[in-house]
Design a protein around this ligand. Structure first.
Ligand SMILES: Cc1ncc(C[n+]2csc(CCOP(=O)(O)OP(=O)(O)O)c2C)c(N)n1
Ligand SMILES: [Mg+2]
Length: 332
């Protein structure tokens, strides 16, 4: 009998890896749906942009990453944070603006960062993430850590000069960087078919001398394979890659968005494309995981997310005396 040798791109998808992938996606979905409900109570300060629907992108990419690696995120950052291992309870407290939050309640949804997890930060600046990964990718290269740096950004951000300049620099410096364009079809209410001057964002890769790949962003396995190849190339000194995920966000641009600019596409996506439904169907059909094991993950995640809200609500607000702490970094 010949042994099947896994390719590097598929490595890690044994039953434990599959469970981890499912847990990540389910955690993001539950977290976002709960934040949606909690926001409606009026108890969450500030702006919230939800990532539900896009889970396969964050999970499929981050499944390849470890403690050597860094990611930069966006205003729609909760999913990236969860996939990179940021503490869910601390995230919920941060979103509620509580002192127990990962940034002590002073950042909120759009500024969740945890450098101990290689999570450089959600980012209120559209196109703010790509330049950061040029920095951390350069550091990884110079220090020979084997680390890679991933910038997640949207279709709107793909038009920002910062993003285009970062791709150029990453290629010129041959950096271990990966640019993940999450094309959910809109920047606020502006359709990407109108604002992106190319059929595909990935087509722009050729202009920067790097591979460009288009991926079904609802399909965890397709994401995982494309990201695996990009990470492998980056770690081996092969330079950057641009990956474009085609996907849809399930909620509005921000919580409160009336979404007058789109019709049935969300219902269609939920019914026919949903990443969790497709993942479940596939792994149960192949016999790799049972529905019972997946249901158990659903219960664990529900308890985790439910508990995170209870703890956030019970936690104190930041102390006024701490208003000016953590504003500047000290190098000693
Ligand atoms: C530099 C900058 N310009 C404009 C904005 C306002 N803004 C916030 S989100 C957004 C749209 C971003 O769209 P996209 O990059 O596609 O990300 P998505 O919201 O679809 O995930 C805009 C224009 C901003 N935050 N920063
Ligand atoms: Mg977008």
């Amino acid at each position: 009998m010949t042994e099947t040798i896994p390719t590097d791109a598929s490595r890690g998808l044994d039953p434990d890896g599959l469970l981890r992938a499912y847990r990540t996606m389910r955690t993001i979905r539950d977290f976002e749906e709960r934040v949606h409900d909690e926001f409606a109570t009026g108890d969450i300060p500030g702006f919230v942009h939800l990532y539900a629907g896009e889970e396969a992108s964050a999970a499929g990419v981050c499944q390849h990453l470890d403690e050597r690696d860094t990611i930069a995120s966006t205003h729609r950052g909760h999913g990236h944070c969860i996939a990179k291992g940021v503490d869910v309870t601390g995230m919920m407290a941060e979103i509620f603006g509580r002192a127990t939050g990962v940034c002590k309640g002073k950042g909120g949804s759009m500024h969740i960062a945890d450098l101990s997890r290689g999570m450089l930060g959600a980012n209120g600046i559209v196109g703010g993430g790509p330049p950061l990964v040029c920095g951390t990718a350069l550091a990884a290269k110079q220090q020979n850590t084997g680390g890679v740096a991933v910038a997640f950004f949207g279709d709107g951000a793909s038009n920002q000069g910062t993003t285009l300049e970062s791709m150029n620099l990453a290629s010129v410096w041959n950096l271990p960087a990966i640019f993940v364009a999450e094309n959910n079809g809109y920047a606020e209410a502006t359709a990407s078919t109108w604002s992106v001057a190319a059929d595909n964002i990935a087509d722009r890769a050729a202009g920067f001398g790097m591979p460009g790949v288009i991926v079904d962003g609802f399909d965890f396995f397709a994401v995982h394979e494309a990201a695996g190849e990009a990470v492998e190339r980056a770690r081996a000194g092969g330079g950057p890659t641009l990956i474009e995920m085609k996907l849809t966000r399930y909620f509005g641009h921000f919580e409160g968005d009336q979404q007058t600019y789109r019709g049935d596409e969300v219902r269609n996506a939920r019914e026919t494309l949903d990443c969790l439904t497709r993942f479940r169907r596939r792994v149960v059909e192949t016999g790799e995981l049972t529905a019972e094991r997946l249901d158990a993950v659903d219960r664990e995640v529900a308890a985790l997310v439910g508990g995170s809200v209870e703890r956030a609500r019970a936690a104190p607000a930041p102390d006024g005396a701490d208003l000016l702490t953590d504003v500047y970094v000290r190098y000693e």
